[in-house]
Design a protein around this ligand. Structure first.
Ligand code: 9WN
Length: 428
């Protein structure tokens, strides 16, 4: 029988094993082989795990991530490890762009979870000095989402590539991707050398992921232009809700660090996003993905709905609806929250974001429930996530019916959320 002590020890071992130090920098890679670089929202979630075993490493994780920030404020979805060459598309596909600390970086971002972790870490450590140093880069990143990436002033960022949502081949993007440019360049699929092809995005999806990157090159990777003219443009309520929470949390930390100006500004940004989401909220309480390519609303039940709970200010009936969706409704699973509802015609139980349960995304839903004081429900969901890890292992994702661990193995964010959930709910 696996005890919580065993789980803790195994999770810690994974985070330590996935630690990379190169050129004086330290960070956690998602897993060896498949993803050998620093990923954005992975690192933010890893820091939430590190903080329970080594607060120094948790601070360092966020600091290293933000050091890769681009001149315009964007924090890239990947900061490349110069000592690891296997991942495709590598830096050459992004024009060999260089971030603030000299690492090569990608030219798109990922869900801005970092300020959410900053608040958790600050509340635990009360380290004003270290938090203060992160406020400015986080503020610049949030500004980037809300200015450069919102050319029409909708109050929500324009997502220009499915990878920016972190939920890469989720069914919500199918409609927009059908209109995206398709690359004809020969592309080497390194990923399927590590994970079975049936668990990864299709060849056709990859041709559009690459087609979009090739299109960004023709735009000189100019972010405002990308927001105006990318062949894939959506408003994702998942990213928008995370950004609303991130701004709110940054405001909270800034206030506690004695910076009322930054606090006010960040809280105002959070309200702007909340208003934009409320304006397009359905009468049933949910906000759906907006395909900006044809102004169509995409009504698909995915974990993206549960992630909306992270938004700090929500009316009670909305919280009730979203909680029912994830605990007993269309995306409920005994192992966490299913990435796509089994009732969706495109549901695939082992394919990536088209069905499997992801501990990382499910953890964000737990965080959302806690914000709204729903401790009992959060504990229930936490139990499901921990059951998946106990039954299926520390995998990248789990089959939503059997709990079998699939995708990459010894996965950092799965280990990190295990440590966080054990600390929050099982602290005997
Ligand atoms: C592209 C690292 C990342 C996660 C994403 C997940 C997957 C990458 C890929 O792995 O995406 O960013 O190559 O498939 O979808 O959420 O951040 O773990």
């Amino acid at each position: 029988m696996t005890t919580t002590t065993d789980l803790r020890a195994e999770a810690e071992k994974i985070l330590i094993g996935n630690t990379v130090t190169e050129n004086g920098r330290t960070y956690t890679i998602p897993t060896h082989g498949l993803y050998p670089h620093q990923w954005n929202w992975d690192s933010a979630i890893c820091a939430a795990g590190w903080m329970h075993i080594d607060v120094e490493r948790a601070w360092r994780e966020l600091e290293t991530l933000l050091a890769s920030q681009d001149k315009d404020g964007m924090v890239p979805h990947i900061a490349f490890n110069p000592d690891a060459g296997t991942y495709q598309p590598g830096p050459e596909w992004w024009g060999n762009r260089v971030g603030g600390d000299g690492r090569k970086i990608s030219c798109i971002s990922q869900p801005p979870v970092a300020a959410i972790t900053l608040r958790l870490l600050f509340d635990l450590t009360k380290d004003i000095k270290r938090a203060t140093r992160l406020i400015e880069p986080l503020q610049r990143w949030h500004d980037w989402w809300l200015n450069t990436r919102d050319p029409e002033g909708r109050g929500e960022p324009v997502i220009v590539h499915p990878w920016e949502t972190g939920r890469d081949n989720s069914v919500e993007w199918d409609d927009a991707l059908d209109r995206a440019p398709v690359s004809t360049t020969e592309f080497e699929r390194v990923d399927t050398g590590f994970v079975a092809a049936e668990q990864r995005p299709t060849k056709k999806h990859y041709a559009t992921y690459i087609g979009l990157i090739e299109q960004f090159k023709t735009m000189g990777y100019e972010q405002r232009r990308m927001a105006q003219a990318s062949g894939f443009r959506v408003n994702d309520p998942g990213v928008s809700s995370i950004l609303a929470a991130a701004c709110y949390d940054l405001g909270d930390v800034a206030a506690k660090c004695g910076n009322p100006g930054a606090a006010e500004r960040a809280k105002a940004q959070s309200e702007t996003i909340a208003d934009a989401l409320d304006d397009r909220r359905d009468s049933d309480g949910r906000v759906w993905t907006e395909n900006l390519m044809n102004d169509q609303t995409i009504k698909r039940y995915t974990v993206g709905l549960g992630i909306q709970l992270i938004q700090p200010v929500l009316d009670d009936p909305v919280v009730t609806t979203l909680m029912a969706d994830v605990l007993t409704g269309p995306v409920a699973s005994r192992w966490g929250v299913a990435s796509t509802s089994p009732e969706d015609p495109a549901f695939e139980p082992v394919n990536y974001w088209r069905g499997p349960v992801w501990a990382s995304a499910s953890w964000l839903v737990v965080q959302g429930m806690l914000r709204h004081g729903k401790t009992g429900e959060a504990r229930e969901l936490s139990n499901r996530i921990l059951a998946a890890v106990t039954t299926g292992g520390f995998n990248e994702y789990h089959e939503p019916t059997t709990g079998e661990g699939i995708g990459g193995g010894a996965f950092s964010w799965t280990a990190a959320v295990t440590l966080d959930l054990l600390a929050r709910f099982e602290n005997e």
